[in-house]
Design a protein. Structure first.
Length: 367
């Protein structure tokens, strides 16, 4: 039984702590006492892990760190953990280049797996698995987490830190077309897509490829798009183009404020998941190329619902991370340095089986 510390006890962090506690000694750390009070079966520490000394003092006696803090804290948190010489599996989805920490991780002989959620995360693991066995020409991932109840105007609720959600609406989207990197604004190239379980959703460009752009340079076409209910994008574009998502300070009545701070305060209550709210996660991955000199296509479909009081996005994200956490803490994955999830392609079957045991099922079709 290993000693694991989970940093952050929000909707995803709490699910991960509970899952890991079945086989390990788990401690959860959060700045919010009310969030910690909702946990059971784990040790709890009330602390601000944005403080380097506090964080490194807390983690010094643990075998593994699991990161589940907001994206704006993620890079510094991971750096602090690596400097302390501790292995880490993380879902924070920070904007900085994770490979900026690769040299430090190798110097400290640390295993550091980042972006280990559903997408990026499981999608990358699937990609990495097939990249070992075939020549891939095209990779497409469509993914979204949505509420069952469609409340006007946004028809959306945030399982992750809402500030990270807004970041997705303003961060330029990168994809690869004919071996060239293409950069477009977020929310661009909207398309209507049909799904058997839920009907029509709207897809748009987001910066979800992340590390794949660097680690899969031999694949000529790669794209990830986010899914929302139709019509949502127009509201978001209006807010963005009107400056509501801007970090640039403006002066109002002698006070300097950032529009994003005001927008966050107004939107977060509307996006917050409340008791009894149910969600679902939908993902479709298409991979085609050649295997054994024969053209071939693979399609993976995930449709996961709120189950047993646990949000779907928390399940699909959290259980991917805890599967990999088990691989790292047991020494089955021990590559020193920064590891994006595509590096774990050889462990696809373990992760897939781990998820299936918890009711998260990826359906595979081969053509």
């Amino acid at each position: 039984m290993a000693k694991i510390v989970v940093l952050g006890s929000g909707l995803v962090g709490s699910v991960m702590a509970e899952d890991l506690s079945h086989n390990h000694e788990v401690t959860s750390v959060d700045i919010s006492q009310s969030k910690l009070n909702q946990l059971s079966g784990v040790q709890k520490i009330l602390a601000d892990v944005s403080d380097t000394n506090t964080l490194q003092n807390i983690i010094k006696d643990f075998d593994l760190v699991v990161g589940s803090v907001p994206g704006f804290m993620g890079y510094q948190m991971m750096k602090d953990v690596i400097e302390a010489g501790k292995n880490i599996v993380d879902i924070s989805f920070y904007p900085e280049d994770p490979f900026g920490l690769d040299e430090l991780a190798k110097e400290k002989e640390v295993v550091a797996v980042m972006d280990c959620g559903v997408a990026p995360g499981m999608g990358n693991i699937i990609f990495g698995y097939h990249d070992r066995n075939m020549r891939i020409n095209n990779y497409e991932c469509l993914v979204g987490g949505l509420p069952v109840k469609r409340d006007w105007p946004y028809e959306y609720q945030a399982v992750f830190s809402p500030i990270d959600v807004i970041e997705e609406y303003i961060r330029p989207a990168r994809f690869v077309q004919n071996s060239s990197i293409v950069v477009k604004e977020a929310l661009s190239d909207t398309e209507l897509v049909e799904f058997d379980e839920i009907g029509t959703l709207e897809s748009w460009n987001s910066d979800g490829l992340r590390t794949l752009i660097d680690t899969m340079k031999h694949v000529p076409n790669m794209i990830e798009k986010t899914l929302r209910y139709p019509g949502c994008v127009e509201y978001l574009k209006v807010l963005r183009e009107s400056g509501f998502f801007s970090y640039k300070e403006i002066e109002i009545n002698g006070m300097k404020i950032k529009p994003i701070d005001v927008t966050s305060k107004l939107l977060f209550p509307k996006w917050e998941m409340k008791d009894g709210d149910k969600d679902f996660t939908v993902m479709r991955i298409r991979i085609n190329g050649e295997e054994n000199n024969t053209p071939i296509s693979y399609e993976y479909n995930l449709f996961d619902r709120y189950t047993d009081g646990v949000n779907s996005m928390s399940r699909t994200t959290g259980f991917t991370c805890t599967a990999v956490a088990n691989l790292v803490v047991t020494g089955k994955y021990k590559k020193i340095g920064i590891s994006p999830p595509e590096y774990l392609g050889e462990h696809f079957k373990f992760v897939k089986d781990y998820l299936e045991e918890r009711g998260v099922i990826y359906k595979k079709n081969k053509k």
